[in-house]
Design a protein around this ligand. Structure first.
Ligand code: GTP
Ligand code: MG
Length: 354
């Protein structure tokens, strides 16, 4: 299962209470107060991790809790601190705090089997807490409460047998929305069946599903392309787009957010125009969809991968494309058998200036 947006509840551990105790020992009459402090509650911590690629762990465990600090004890013994609860998230996770007035709304996943209430918590209504976009980045989402003070703290010349202590503070808690925006250097954008997954499979070690029907790819897949000198680039294959995607037609715009952070966009066209398509029109409507979704995407640098050059009409269409975009880099290829894939890798290498 692939989860890229989910609501969670997090509660850090409460602090332990301070202790009221007096020293009792033979030959030490009225030994004075010796109640120790309570321990601090555990924190809820998020840490980005390369081996995690989606938020599915939170689907199975949406309630995060850290343990509480132990209470203080006699003989000036401190309570043990609560254990932190550490959660791995993929790099590219955004964390929003959900304001209490919209807490009752269901999330996108929850509305799937209950059709009528289509009110969905949107990140727009929430406050951004953090954007974990680096590897091994850490965030303390909720801090554990500090421990209370034992009665030793309250002794003074006038209060020699204090019975005061303080209780531990409660740990922070809240509802949060986690959203994943995959971070890749390059985003593959194209109509269904253009050959995006085939290309990703050829340039990286990823094994995306490839099949001759539209919408084979249902979830974004990121592959790593390796170059000489240990340089690498990440390439994201997202589900195919169709006209109206920005209004959630087809698999919709939900996946477009995964390419918002790509440095380079690759428009993969079926240059042969098989299945009655026209590569020029495809390119035009793909670019328009991106622009309607997020206008900053149209300023992003882009190239064209003209795929399926083994099929009839491809050469003619390639000539038309080159004519129309004389300045653009256009890489002809047959992704299915690997022809042109090396040129494509070289183009990535140059354009990403690795
Ligand atoms: N003739 C020919 N067929 C190709 C080429 N590249 C891919 N195909 C075929 O096109 C079909 C679709 O390929 P995919 O890689 O699954 O396409 P996709 O763009 O990922 O499609 P979606 O995931 O549905 O959006 C498969 O049957 C591939 O074998 C090519 O260069 N030439
Ligand atoms: Mg695919």
């Amino acid at each position: 299962m692939f989860v890229d947006r989910i609501r969670i509840h997090a509660k850090a551990g409460d602090g332990g209470n301070g202790c009221v105790s007096f020293r009792r020992e033979k030959f030490v009459p009225r030994g004075g107060p010796d109640g120790g402090d309570g321990g601090k509650g555990g924190d809820i911590i998020f840490r980005t991790n390369v081996h995690t690629d989606n938020l599915v762990a939170f689907y199975y465990q949406p309630l995060l809790k850290a343990s509480r600090g132990e209470h203080g004890m006699g003989k000036n013994m401190y309570g043990k601190a609560g254990k932190d609860s550490i959660h791995k998230v993929p790099a590219g996770t955004l964390i929003y705090r959900i304001p209490s007035h919209i807490l009752e709304l269901p999330t996108a996943e929850e509305t799937l089997d209950v059709p009528p209430p289509k009110l969905v918590i949107s990140p727009m209504d929430c406050e951004l807490v953090a954007d974990l976009n680096q590897e091994n980045q850490e965030l303390i989402l909720c801090r554990g409460g500090s421990g209370g003070k034992g009665n030793t703290h309250f002794k003074s010349s006038t209060n020699r047998a204090p019975r005061q202590f303080t209780e531990g503070e409660s740990g922070e808690e809240g509802y949060f929305l986690l959203e994943l925006r995959k971070i890749a250097d390059v985003g593959l954008v194209g109509y269904p069946n253009a050959g995006k997954s085939t290309l990703l499979g050829k340039v990286s070690a990823a094994h995306p599903k490839i099949a001759p029907y539209p919408f084979t790819t249902l979830n974004p897949v990121v592959g790593v392309v390796e170059f000489e000198g240990y340089r690498r680039a990440t390439v994201a294959d997202i589900p195919g787009l169709i006209e109206g995607a920005h209004q959630n037609v087809g698999l919709g715009h939900d996946f477009l957010r995964h390419i918002v952070r790509c440095k380079l966009l690759v428009f993969i066209l079926d240059a042969a125009g098989s299945e009655g398509r026209n590569p020029m029109e495809d390119l035009h409507s793909l670019r328009r969809e991106l622009d309607l979704y997020d206008p900053t995407l149209s300023q992003r640098s882009w190239i064209i991968a003209a795929n399926k050059m083994d099929l009839p009409n491809a050469e003619e269409n390639l000539a038309i494309l080159r004519n129309r975009f004389p300045e653009k880099m256009i890489v002809p290829m047959v992704a299915a058998d690997g022809r042109g894939v090396d040129d494509f890798k070289r183009a990535l290498h140059t354009l990403l200036s690795l």
